[in-house]
Design a protein around this ligand. Structure first.
Ligand code: TYM
Length: 356
């Protein structure tokens, strides 16, 4: 039922969601959508929690991946800093393996339908549901001088991002799951009050939905300054690892360590082949391998992943025109898909909207 109404809407607008998308990725494929904020450089939490799944899903789903610059405004970054961050994060997404031939990669503010739908969904979303969002409380605590309304309604914009593409799958880290639950609630409410326009989006979890920061205590995040940057060199990473927490009970190299409680060992779980990991665990338990050596091995294995990403990022930086073209083409495809949904939405709620 969705599909027919959707295709009809496309015919009506003269816009095709297939525009510019290779034939193999159109038709009855399910859709996936996700976003990342341009609020600093990407870190391995973003990579493991979300980007690896973006790369995986782009092969099976019609994919929309966005650099969500409007969300970043809740932190009020200086304009020039935001412009730079949008480019750097887009470069990171592409360098991590998201392929613009397979996925639509775009900047959120280039698709004005996101803000139009946000207002409409604001009138559907319940205050009580927004009040329960833990991320609002966390963010308010980190910026007590700027608790703006956008911070509070942030999940409404996020819901609009997803449902604008009528996406069924949303690859995100654990920290976004509460927002996704709210999105599902909003979809149910909209579909009940008006018409069955949106599918209920489901979270796609990666194998590392919550990567801890170098402090070993809180989630790795840009704002906590506890991250391993995706573009960092091996030396920069080793420098950071040197100060990172390990098994707190292992005070001297001659003490036996416990890898099960060591944050550094948890990173080995993501980057080190199983056989080497077993050796490291045995060396730690038997006190034959010190923490510095364990960290050096991690730095080397991290570099095997980060090195090629850094190289691809440098190549993209050296060809800024190419990045502009990729983002411009992505915006065209995203706007077409977004407008097709908005035709259904406006029709369902009874507003006229722009005549394109
Ligand atoms: P953002 O920019 O904070 O993070 C981007 C993605 O990285 C994941 N992530 C992590 N995963 C595991 N461990 C970590 N330490 C870690 N840190 C970050 C996040 O879960 C996310 O998947 N509100 C979103 C962006 C957004 C969005 C959307 C996502 C806006 N609209 C629509 C999905 C769909 C955010 O701030 O992500």
């Amino acid at each position: 039922m969705h599909e027919n109404r959707f295709l009809a809407a496309e015919a009506q607008t003269g816009l095709s969601r297939c525009e510019g998308i290779p034939a193999a990725y159109t038709g009855s494929m399910l859709r996936t959508m996700s976003g990342v904020q341009p609020t600093g450089n990407l870190h391995i939490g973003n990579y493991l929690g979300a980007l690896v799944n973006w790369v995986e899903l782009q092969r099976q789903y019609e994919s929309f991946f966005s650099i969500v610059d409007l969300h970043a405004l809740t932190q009020r970054p200086p304009a020039e800093q935001l412009r730079r961050a949008v480019r750097e994060v887009a470069i990171g997404v592409l360098a991590s393996g998201v392929d613009p031939e397979q996925a639509t990669v775009f900047v959120q503010s280039e698709v004005p339908q996101h803000t139009e739908l946000t207002w409409i969904l604001s009138c559907v979303t319940q205050l009580g549901d927004l009040n329960r969002m833990t991320q609002f409380k966390d963010k308010s605590a980190t910026q007590p001088d700027n608790i703006n309304a956008g911070l509070f309604t942030y999940p409404v914009l996020q819901t609009a991002d997803i449902v604008l593409y009528r996406a069924e799958r949303v690859p995100v880290g654990e920290d976004q799951e509460q927002h996704l639950e709210l999105a599902r609630e909003t979809v149910r409410r909209f579909n009940t009050v008006y018409a069955e326009v949106f599918p209920e989006p489901q979270v796609v979890r990666s194998t590392a939905p919550r990567v801890l920061g170098l402090d070993g205590e809180s989630k790795m995040s840009k704002s906590r300054n506890n991250e391993i940057g995706l573009f960092e060199t091996a030396d920069e990473t080793m420098q950071k690892l040197r100060g990172a927490k390990t098994d707190p009970a292992r005070l001297r190299r001659s003490d036996a360590g416990n890898p099960d409680v060591c944050n550094i060992f948890s990173y080995h779980g993501f980057f080190t082949p199983a056989a080497e990991r077993d050796e490291i665990a045995a060396g730690c338990r038997g006190a034959t391998l010190g923490c510095v050596d364990c960290k050096s091995k991690l730095a080397a294995n991290l570099e095997a992943v980060k090195g090629p990403i850094r190289e691809r990022a440098n190549e993209l930086r050296s060809r800024p025109g190419e990045l502009d073209e990729i983002l411009a083409a992505g915006a065209v495809k995203a706007r077409a898909a977004a407008e097709a949904t908005m035709v259904l939405v406006r029709d369902a709620i009874g507003v006229r909207g722009p005549k394109l």
